[in-house]
Design a protein around this ligand. Structure first.
Ligand code: GDP
Length: 324
């Protein structure tokens, strides 16, 4: 593969090159990995998109929202990339392609790029692949990168470490729905959007929104937020209502964070986090192979037999790694 050419066409915004580059970073082959690292290294990080994480349980209207919201943005001339982060097991097989068919109009839009989640990826792999895919979308000049995830716990944490803004999409529901959202996820949210605020569901959506607005006020104030954030609002993805207001709030929040240095410090903290994750993964990989694996087994047996304390055995192993 001609990496120089790929880097050039990708930088010019060519979507097929972007798709090829993402396929490269997703590949498990060692030679592909080396090429992917080389490509990412040549692209640099001078372009920054607004990275928006979007989470919500199946059925709340994520695809409908992304389509309406994405089309609104492309209508303003913005280029929008959509990536999905999900361990494949979290979705029924069909919906991976379903992403594309459900966002049919957006996927036909020349200013948009939609990439469904790869199949059979482990969570660690998903994180790396998505992170690199985001970097590729930025290099390809996209203005907004939407990173979608289903609410299955672990994937939210990954997305929160990847995005500039984290949005939780909810559907209107009965009064006890509030307990259904984990506190940790509420704490990550910059904006809660209660979708389906239309027709018969409108009144319920307003109530749900008021409940969440109340719950958000009880959360600890974060230094990276201007007054009034995090916020809860109603939208209707179907009727395309409230989307412009939601976008205005997202822009206001990101502008404020840029002006106060929180944008840059968040990205810096994320970079450090992913560096440490990669080191951790690398160390675990070293431990899984010989000779470390054999030593690990042997020391484990010594510890189990009471011939060495866990601490002493661990120190011996770490000392050996340190020399390696
Ligand atoms: P996802 O699983 O979160 O991606 O949800 P979908 O976008 O597939 O939507 C699930 C269902 O909710 C579909 O039947 C949509 O038509 C419906 N839906 C999505 N957004 C809205 C909305 O704003 N209002 C109403 N009434 N229904 C909606």
């Amino acid at each position: 593969m001609d990496l120089t050419q790929l880097a050039q066409t990708l930088k010019s915004g060519d979507r097929r090159s972007l798709a090829r580059a993402i396929t490269l970073v997703e590949s498990g082959r060692a030679d592909h990995r080396a090429q992917a690292l080389q490509l990412l290294g040549t692209l640099g990080q001078d372009k920054q998109a607004l990275r928006i994480g979007l989470s919500g349980t199946p059925g709340v209207g994520k695809s409908t929202f992304i389509e309406s919201f994405g089309l609104m943005l492309t209508g303003q001339g913005l280029r929008v990339a959509v990536l999905a982060v999900d361990p494949s097991s979290a979705r029924s097989g069909g919906s991976i392609l379903g992403d594309k068919t459900r966002m049919e109009r957006l996927s036909r839009d020349p200013l948009a790029f939609i990439r469904p989640s790869p199949s059979q990826a482990q969570m660690g792999g998903v994180a790396r692949r998505t992170r690199e895919a985001v970097a590729l979308c930025e290099a390809a000049g996209f203005d907004v990168v939407l990173i979608e995830t289903v609410g299955v716990g672990q994937s939210e944490t990954v997305v929160a470490e990847l995005c500039d803004l984290f949005i939780l999409l909810l559907a209107p529901a009965g009064g006890d729905e509030l307990q259904g959202v984990k506190r940790g996820i509420m704490e990550m949210a910059d904006l809660i959007l209660v979708n389906k605020a239309d027709g018969d569901l409108k009144a319920a959506a307003m109530r749900t929104c008021a409940d969440y607005a109340g719950a958000l006020r009880l959360l600890r104030k974060r230094p990276q937020d201007p007054p009034g954030f995090p916020k809860a609002m109603t939208v209707s993805a179907l009727e395309e209502a409230g989307l412009a207001t939601a976008w205005a709030e997202m822009q206001a929040l990101s502008e404020w964070r840029k002006q106060h240095g929180h944008w840059a410090s968040r990205r810096a903290a994320q970079a450090r986090h992913w560096f440490e994750e990669e080191v951790r993964r690398g160390l675990l990989a070293v431990l899984a192979h010989e000779p470390a694996k054999g030593i690990l087994t042997q020391l484990g047996a010594e510890v189990a037999a009471g011939q060495a304390t866990p601490e002493a055995a661990a120190a011996r192993l770490l000392a050996l790694l340190g020399k390696g």
